[in-house]
Ligand binder design. Structure first.
Ligand code: S3P
Length: 174
């Protein structure tokens, strides 16, 4: 049985909203890595990027991921860039079930809107950043995931049900 269920995927994939609902349905805890970093540093993510830079954020992210992965029976929502570090990919692979919430660039663009609250999109042409980051990251999502769930044109409940169907063999879900 997998220790935890880890949701990976690009910004706007729905990791947080889906993760909360999934945890509720499974009777698991829910943890969002970004929210835990914000609580620890007592600052919102955009301010962490602004004040300390992306490098520091990535170190905090690595530490927090290691910490939350010590849990069991937890749905863990990660930030879109978590798969960039090899060590993070090892951490999430270690005994957890990894679900990739995938979405097409058009869907991502709609969901992230004007990029509010997302420092990597701030002040940039969103289409360009999304294309550029997806080109760098898509192979890493594929490599890291046990299951891929396409989320385009689906509501939260549909995505949650698909995840539950895909993990039935690995958990004690009835
Ligand atoms: C990031 C995604 C964000 C957050 C940070 C960096 C990324 O999380 O961790 O702004 O590199 O893609 P979401 O995927 O929840 O937006």
């Amino acid at each position: 049985m997998a220790k935890n269920i880890i949701l990976i995927g690009f910004m706007g994939a729905g990791k947080t909203v889906v993760g909360k609902k999934l945890a509720q349905k499974l009777g698991y805890q829910f943890v969002d890595v970004d929210r835990e970093i914000e609580k620890l540093l007592q600052k919102p993510i955009p301010l962490i990027f602004k004040k300390y830079g992306q490098l520091r954020f990535r170190s905090e992210e690595e530490l927090m991921l290691t910490k939350v992965c010590q849990n069991t029976e937890t749905v863990i929502a990660t930030g879109g860039g978590v798969i960039l570090k090899e060590n993070n990919r090892k951490t999430i692979a270690n005994g957890n079930k990894v679900i990739w919430l995938q979405a097409k660039p058009e869907t991502i663009m709609k969901r992230v809107g004007l990029g509010k609250g997302r420092p990597l999109l701030k002040g940039k042409k969103i289409e360009d950043v999304v294309q550029e980051l997806l080109a760098k990251r898509s192979a890493l999502y594929i490599e890291s995931a046990h299951v891929k769930i396409e989320t385009d044109d689906k509501n939260i409940d549909q995505v949650v049900e698909e995840i539950i169907a895909s993990i039935k063999d690995d958990t004690n879900v009835p």
